[in-house]
Ligand binder design. Sequence first.
Ligand code: ZN
Length: 214
Amino acid sequence: MTQVPARCPQCDATMGLFSTVRHSRCSFCGCRFVVDWSDPATPRLTGFEDIIKSSPGVAPQIAAAHVRDLESAATSADAQIEASREQAKTAAEAHERKVRSAQRAIAAPQSRTLAAGMAAALVVFLVAFVLEDALWYVGLVLAALLVLLTRMAYRRWQGTESQALAGLEESRQVVQQAQNSLEESLAIQDDRRLEQELWQARAAAGSSGGASGT
Ligand SMILES: [Zn+2]
C-alpha cells in the first residue's frame, strides 16, 4: 500500500509507485514503462520503446489472448474501483461533518471565555479608577472571582479544542487511507491497460518484421 519513490526513465521526474504495480506511466511526460521490482527498495524502470526494441516480436494470437485476459480482469475490477471511490467519498463527508461539529463544540467555551474576560477587565478598571470605600472592596472581590472564572473557562476551551482536534486527526487518517486505496486500485487498473498496450505493440512489432534495427 505504500508508494516507493522512483525516477522517470525519460524525463527524470520523481514519482511514487505502488509496489503492486508493474506497468505505469509518467504523469509529467507520458512515458510508459515496465517496473522491475527485483530490488523492492529501488525499482528499475524501462520504457516501452526499449522493451519493444530489445524483445522479439510476439505472435498476434498470443498477444490477443493476453489482451483478452487483461480486459476481463479490468472489467471485473471496475466494480471494486467504484466501491473504493464511494468509500473515499463517504470518509471525506464524515470528516467534513466532524470538522463542523468540532467548530461548534469549540465555539461555546470560546465565547464564554471571551465574555468572562471582558467582564473581568471592566471590573478591574472600575476598581482601579472608579470605585471607592466599601464598594472598592466589593469590586476587588468581584474582580478576583471574574479572573478565576476566566481562567476556568479558558482551560475548558483549551480542553475541548485539543479533544476535538484529536478526533479530527483520526478521521483525517481514515480519509487518507480511503484515498490511498482508491489511488492504488486506479494504478492497478492503469497497469492492466498499459500491459494490454505493450502486448499489442509487441505483436505489431513482430508482424511488421520487427527487430530489423533502426
Ligand atoms: Zn517522465
